[in-house]
Write a protein that binds this ligand. Sequence first.
Ligand SMILES: Cc1cc2nc3c(=O)[nH]c(=O)nc-3n(C[C@H](O)[C@H](O)[C@H](O)COP(=O)(O)OP(=O)(O)OC[C@H]3O[C@@H](n4cnc5c(N)ncnc54)[C@H](O)[C@@H]3O)c2cc1C
Ligand SMILES: *[C@@H]1O[C@H](CO)[C@@H](O)[C@H](O)[C@H]1NC(C)=O
Ligand SMILES: *[C@@H]1O[C@H](CO)[C@@H](O)[C@H](O)[C@H]1NC(C)=O
Length: 341
Amino acid sequence: MASPKVAVVGAGVIGLSTALCITETCPSCSVTVLSDQFSPNTTSDVAAGMLIPHTYPDTPIHRQKQWFKETFTYLFAISNSTEASEAGIHLVSGWQVFKSPPKEELPFWSDIVLGFRPMSEAELQKFPQHRFGQAFTTLKCDCPPYLLWLEKRLKATGTQMYTRKVADLWELHGEYDIIVNCAGMGAQQLVGDKQLIPVRGQVLKVHAPWVKLFIRDGDGLTYIYPGVHRVTLGGTRVKGSWSLSPDAGTARDIFDRCCSLEPSLQGAQDIEVKVGLRPSRQCVRVQREILSQGGVKLPVVHNYGHGAGGFSVHRGTATEAAHLVGECISALQGSSSRAKL
Ligand SMILES: Cc1cc2nc3c(=O)[nH]c(=O)nc-3n(C[C@H](O)[C@H](O)[C@H](O)COP(=O)(O)OP(=O)(O)OC[C@H]3O[C@@H](n4cnc5c(N)ncnc54)[C@H](O)[C@@H]3O)c2cc1C
Ligand SMILES: *[C@@H]1O[C@H](CO)[C@@H](O)[C@H](O)[C@H]1NC(C)=O
Ligand SMILES: *[C@@H]1O[C@H](CO)[C@@H](O)[C@H](O)[C@H]1NC(C)=O
């Protein structure tokens, strides 16, 4: 097989970064991205894009840590290059505050983010409701810019991108040699995964350029994440809800919670309400599978189920998925050379 044809289904942060990793590890591959939505219409466009890992209960911690580390290293280099502003990648410092002692004094990612330390008494004076806190510097991906930058990088490698809803992976058989499933919440229908559950999140994107530091309540519900142009205020987590329409009462509640952490947000302007469905699963599914129907085989690589932390680990899972695509190619080459004998 001179140039294996690879179809990546999905154009959120996972699909685009996986497609990019495949073009890097397999330059001879012909890669096509097929997706029913592109930026700015994906879940990834709603996210704040902060690199603060979410913990997947059924994925071994060392694997999650490796994914986060790889993502952090990759984005740190971009943030330190001339591309940083176009790619929407920047460093951001701030605080994670707690009312009761944090479950873990040193979370698994504390030695990957920069300058992790307990907050000082003086810093904690800003938060009379909170008694404990952690200060650190991490990275943030602004979306849509980061997704558009990934698309631009892909186009430069000759990757084709088409708007197409895939109803069944088998419809791609014959057209493509290997299918990479990065459909996010769409995987529930596409591969019938009952373990994948939407966790609805509502956020506000506001104009408040004076807010420079991030603030996150350790309960994970309330957060203020400043980006290059907008500040993201959150949030909510509603398990099992598919509703994409913003709720006005919830928006008011998010705004009030954020103002109690950062009173100056009362002056925020141009408030936009966004909703996204986190594709949640007990563990991220990065896995190779050979589908088989009446003796016909279709190699598939899955990369979905990133829940609340897709940005934090996307480069790590993309590298792993690209490696699995490499394994599929070796297997196909093995079987085609046997077929010639
Ligand atoms: C409010 C909110 C805030 C968040 N904040 C953060 C954060 O700060 N940090 C962080 O790390 N994570 C955050 N997340 C989580 C993050 O958004 C997700 O983990 C991530 O976006 C998942 O990316 P994805 O590419 O798998 O999914 P998506 O972005 O949903 O992309 C899936 C793609 O697949 C396509 N697709 C689906 N089905 C089909 C089909 N049948 N045929 C063709 N195409 C299909 C879709 O059109 C889409 O392009 C947040 C999420 C929400 C909702
Ligand atoms: C996003 O959705 C809007 C509204 O449906 C549509 O007009 C626009 O073309 C979409 N953008 C892309 C890039 O698909
Ligand atoms: C940051 O940029 C400088 C100058 O280009 C380079 O020497 C250094 O290695 C870079 N560091 C990282 C982490 O990318």
